[in-house]
Write a protein that binds this ligand. Structure first.
Ligand SMILES: [Fe+2]
Length: 360
């Protein structure tokens, strides 16, 4: 039987973009979306639900990572699906359950709600159920589907592949129990995080004053996630890395400056529900303008367990050849602008004073 979709050689659209078009789902391409809860969604036959792709970054970035939003109507479920790309799911709204199984084996089920994070292991069958008869479920998932589609450009290989990743998912009945292990590097390794609110955050002031963070490793993935919390009146250090970190604002409001080295920054304002992704190798720097701490969840295309590159560079200063700009080395206009913005809100700067290094 021929595959339902066959990617053609490039004529202005990558294999991933052709596949999205074939499935008839909208795709948002931007730096940021203001609120994941209100983006336009359309019926998505393969999922048996509604949704939209959200592929963020700069227009010239390689298509490697992409998120999608899925909404399941009250009392309904998605169709069973499996695929040869990874995904990490964050539940934005509602509650329900997911069933996961390998072909011909006993399914495992677990229940989730708003604030849950999990990842159906790569190429396992999975099906999501809305547990409410009254409220829709909405979740956002980061995937490496663009990289996988563009690399293999074969629908059958990706969507209909019998390979079983035994080392990732062995059907262990405790797999989605929510138990986990703390590891060095601020890591919480668990295949199911029932409620992100209960995660234990660790001091991580190398990124900014008062910052607390936890890294999450799930389902043997290359993809990972982190959550951080940054206090009132504080801004973080600028840093940069490759594409594919999708930042979701769980709480708070503020703005982010993003710039390509040697160019003027662009400012992006955000609030609860926003999602943004710093483009490939663009510096980015986050500023809290609210009266409460900000909580950012990043779903990202790399982790510490199975890294795809030198993530240690991200927290080494530019002075030492790394990718993080210490406050002493940044453009003084960045702090001046933040102080001005804070004052408009009746707030004060809480970052410690800075002495700029010579030559600034
Ligand atoms: Fe970053």
């Amino acid at each position: 039987m021929p595959a339902p979709f066959e990617a053609k050689p490039y004529t202005g659209k990558t294999a991933f973009e052709q596949w999205v078009e074939y499935e008839g789902v909208p795709m948002i391409r931007d730096f940021i979306v203001p609120d994941l809860n209100s983006i336009e969604i359309k019926p998505w036959d393969r999922l048996g639900a509604s949704g939209s792709w959200v592929v963020l970054g700069a227009p010239e970035d390689q298509l490697s990572m992409g998120a999608y939003v899925c909404e399941i109507q009250p009392g309904k479920s998605t169709k069973p699906q499996k695929h040869l790309y990874e995904e990490v799911v964050y539940v934005l709204r509602g509650n329900g359950a997911t069933t996961v199984w390998n072909e011909g084996e006993k399914p495992l089920s677990f229940e989730w709600k708003r604030g849950s994070i999990f990842s159906p292991p790569i190429n396992t069958w999975h099906q999501h159920f809305n547990g409410s008869g009254a409220e829709p479920v909405r979740y956002v998932a980061l995937t490496n589907a663009p990289a996988v589609f563009n690399m293999f450009h074969s629908y059958d290989f990706i969507m209909n592949n019998p390979f079983r990743f035994k080392e990732r998912f062995d059907g262990d009945s405790e797999y989605f129990s929510g138990k986990g292990t703390s590891r060095p590097g601020l890591v919480w390794e668990s295949n199911f995080i029932p409620d992100i609110v209960n995660l234990n955050l660790h001091e991580f002031s190398v990124k900014g004053p008062g910052l607390r963070q936890v890294e999450m490793e799930l389902s043997g993935n290359t993809l990972s996630a982190h959550l951080n919390d940054s206090p009132v009146g504080v801004y973080k250090k600028a840093h940069r890395h490759g594409p594919g970190a999708y930042i979701i604002i769980l709480a708070g409001r503020g703005y982010t400056l993003m710039w390509r080295e040697g160019e003027k920054w662009q400012r992006f304002d955000w609030g609860t529900g926003s999602m943004m992704s710093p483009p490939n190798r663009w510096f980015h720097q986050h500023f809290n303008l609210g009266k409460e701490s900000i909580r950012q969840l990043a779903l990202k295309g790399w982790g510490q367990k199975y890294p795809i590159g030198g993530w240690e560079q991200m927290f080494k200063s530019t002075e030492a050849g790394g990718d993080m700009i210490e406050f002493e080395d940044e453009d003084p206009a960045i702090r001046e602008m933040y102080v001005e913005e804070l004052n408009k809100e009746g707030l004060e700067l809480k970052n410690p004073p800075v002495t700029y290094r010579k030559g600034m």
